[in-house]
Design a protein around this ligand. Structure first.
Ligand code: FBP
Length: 708
């Protein structure tokens, strides 16, 4: 029945049951999602679980780890196995009443709520008296003793939902004695048996240090591999995979892919924009690679490939001159921008002056000169802070002050040759960068000492150079839009002109067999057009160029128009895919098995993620052996090693082999792929990231049993 809003006041209108149903925050999609029950790995159907040491993995242990984490360095890899026999006393261990604290650390990643749900369900099934506490706003919640007890209602209303909104998150690092003591105090106050840290490489590093710190207090610390960046992947020395991917990666990549595919549809419809899509991933380009495999955009940059580049021509030139050219290794910003220009020019030549380009957020980290700037500035800022016992960013608030400080450093290097971090050449090069980029490079590092790439307009830095160079190529007559032969002939014939009379003068490839014609390089303006026609004798000197010919020329002049998009925060908050829903729910169960079996300093993981679900195996991975020394805020620090895109792995090889096809710089349609929206059920979503699937298929020579 239709409601007449005029006949009632707004309050009564809002109270009408149909209006209430339409305006409630609880959508049908949400209800369906929270009711979904992810399947559990078969071991969890047993009444109890036990941990079995798996000696088949080997790690190269850094001596500093042995020194700093002595009590957890010998932790083994542990398999979670199901037990149903009672004589081991396992039921007592399992059924013990426990207090567990959990915290989210770092950026949100789809699936976090299911880690809580899995842990909560497993814990309550073992002993309904056990309690789960959620620390609020990340590690600050631990330091400030700010927590909530997690209730069944809280869990049920967040199952399978994205974000970390149940208990929020934060990026504080527990890195000082004082913070360690505060954390210990909080754990003691709550009488915690275990602290669970759901986080990325830095947070799992923190988990290892806390595990060591609390070892004698008998407070267990367990890490959970979270990050959309996909850079927590654990392999042993021989390359055996223990954890193929952190959770959240698949959902974020899928969300980005779906949105970027929409741009592909839009772009190939109005054919006037290059859509520039910056895709998150602080350093590693895993997300960009997965998006490329999911969508087939025209151009995708992969940072790891750029740094691996070797300019053989430069090396040969240097060899002939008897010198060494160190700049021949890795790509420069200019080189990258020229590669992009080349692709844009080639597409334009077949009439496609539009397209989609994917740029990883962290790509600058892999570009020669920028990498050097980042390292140098990290050192300068780190040294300033330790020498002055203050903070560089508070002392130099505005860009001009920071630049002034750098100038003084450069002067110092002239006066004192031993001071070499920042010389006048560095200063000159730095001053050539646009101000917004200088500001980005000088920005405050995060609490873990990481450069905050999400705050830098990486895409604009690269595309600025692309635009400049395209202008040069247009002036040189190289960047032109291909003119369709059929359109050219029809247009001239309609105007009563002979296409064959003008064609050979206008175009460099005039031939009936060519689908697209390219205006000669020498014709770059109306003036040069007139000159060319007059010189060829097809237009008399004192006669104007026919309007139709001018129209053809104008259609060949490219306008390079861009639209910028950032895919990051939206994907982090996306609801999880089936893969992430299931992965994280099982991670929650795995955490409980590790807790119940007294593990500490371990990271909960699922082995065989790259295979079909029936082969997934919950395990505990020792965190300490994964650590190595890295420069953070100018200091060598033990951290979990980030996993970068392996450019020798099958997934990258597939991308490299197909990217020319996806560029589609040939007449005919583009090759975009429609991944579709995220679902947690049904058959339209692949069962795991394409990167994992391809790497697995490559490694097992096609012997896969899983569904696509
Ligand atoms: P985590 O490593 O904490 O999971 O965060 C990843 C990330 O989303 C990066 O992709 C991005 O560079 C960064 O967080 C953005 O951080 P912030 O939330 O501080 O802007």
């Amino acid at each position: 029945m239709a409601i007449d809003p005029q006949s009632m006041d707004i309050k009564s209108f809002l109270d009408h049951p149909d209006v209430r149903q339409s305006t409630t925050s609880i959508s049908k999609a949400l209800l369906e999602r929270v009711r979904f029950s992810p399947p559990l790995c078969s071991v969890f159907s047993a009444p109890y679980t036990q941990l079995v040491k798996d000696d088949s993995y080997e790690f190269q242990i850094h001596p500093a780890t042995r020194e700093q984490l002595p009590d957890i360095i010998e932790n083994p890899v542990q398999r979670v196995v199901g037990r149903d026999d009672h004589f081991t006393g396992q039921e007592k261990i399992n059924e013990k009443k426990r207090n567990i604290g959990i915290v989210f650390s770092g950026g949100p990643a789809p699936g976090g709520h299911n880690v809580i749900a899995g842990l909560f369900d497993a814990m309550k099934a073992a002993n309904p008296e056990s309690r789960l506490y959620g620390f609020l706003l990340g590690p600050d919640g631990i330091l400030e003793n700010d927590y909530v007890e997690i209730t069944p209602d809280m869990v049920d209303s967040h199952r399978n939902l994205g974000g970390f909104s149940m208990i929020k998150t934060g990026r504080t690092k527990i890195d000082s004695r004082e913070k360690m003591e505060l954390s210990r105090e909080t754990c003691r106050n709550l009488n915690l048996d275990t602290l669970v840290i759901v986080g990325g490489d830095d947070s799992n590093t923190n988990a290892a240090f806390l595990a060591q710190e609390f070892y004698k207090d008998h407070i267990q610390v367990i890490g959970v591999p979270k990050t959309i960046d996909g850079d927590i992947q654990v392999r042993d020395l021989k390359g055996n995979i223990l954890c193929a991917m952190s959770f959240g990666f698949h959902s974020a990549a899928r969300a980005f892919a779906h949105n970027i595919n929409n741009l592909c549809s839009d772009g190939s419809s109005d054919v006037k924009y290059w859509h520039v899509c910056k895709v998150m991933g602080r350093v590693a380009s895993h997300l960009a690679l997965e998006v490329a495999l999911q969508v087939h955009p025209n151009i995708t940059l992969i940072g790891e490939e750029l740094s691996d580049f070797v300019d053989t021509a430069r090396i040969e030139r240097a060899e002939k001159a008897g010198t060494v050219d160190y700049t021949a290794y890795g790509m420069t910003l200019r080189h990258v921008s020229r590669r992009i220009c080349d692709a844009i020019v080639r597409r334009a030549a077949v009439g496609k002056n539009y397209g989609v380009i994917v740029i990883p957020e962290g790509v600058l980290e892999f570009i020669n000169e920028i990498q050097i700037f980042i390292i140098k500035l990290n050192t300068i800022i780190g040294e300033y802070n330790s020498t002055h016992d203050t903070d560089f960013h508070s002392d130099f608030l505005i860009l001009d002050d920071k630049l002034d400080y750098l100038r003084r450093m450069a002067r110092l290097s002239r006066e004192n040759r031993t001071f070499s971090v920042w010389n006048t050449r560095d200063d000159d090069l730095f001053n050539d960068l646009p101000a917004f980029f200088q500001e980005g490079l000088l920005m405050e590092r995060d609490s873990h000492g990481n450069f905050q790439f999400s705050q830098v307009e990486t895409d604009k830095v690269i595309m600025g150079l692309v635009k400049d160079y395209l202008n040069i190529l247009a002036e040189r007559g190289i960047y032109k839009i291909g003119i369709k032969m059929a359109w050219y002939s029809r247009t001239l014939e309609l105007a009563g002109l002979d296409p064959d009379f003008y064609g050979p003068v206008l175009f460099r490839n005039y031939n009936k067999k060519n689908e697209f014609l390219l205006v000669k390089k020498s014709i770059v303006s109306m003036k040069t057009l007139t000159q060319e026609l007059v010189d060829a004798g097809v237009v008399p000197k004192d006669q104007p160029v026919p309007e139709t010919i001018k129209r053809i020329y104008t259609a060949s002049v490219p306008k390079f128009k861009t639209q910028y998009h950032f895919y990051g925060y939206d994907g982090r908050g996306n609801d999880p895919t089936w893969f992430d829903c299931t992965y994280t729910y099982n991670l929650g169960y795995t955490v409980f098995s590790l807790v119940a079996n007294n593990a500490t300093g371990q990271m909960a993981a699922i082995r065989n993620l790259e295979k079909d679900f029936s082969e997934w195996e919950p395990i505990g991975i020792p965190i300490a052996p994964q650590m190595h020394l890295e420069d953070r805020k100018g200091k060598m620090t033990l951290v979990l090693e980030k996993s970068l895109v392996d450019i020798n792995a099958p997934a990258f090889n597939v991308f490299a082999a197909l990217r020319e096809k996806w560029l589609a710089a040939v007449p005919g349609p583009d090759c975009y792929r429609r991944p579709g929206p995220i679902r947690y059920s049904g058959e339209t979503e692949e069962s795991r990231p394409l990167t994992l699937r391809l790497n697995y298929l490559g490694a097992s020579s096609g012997k896969d049993t899983g569904k696509a």
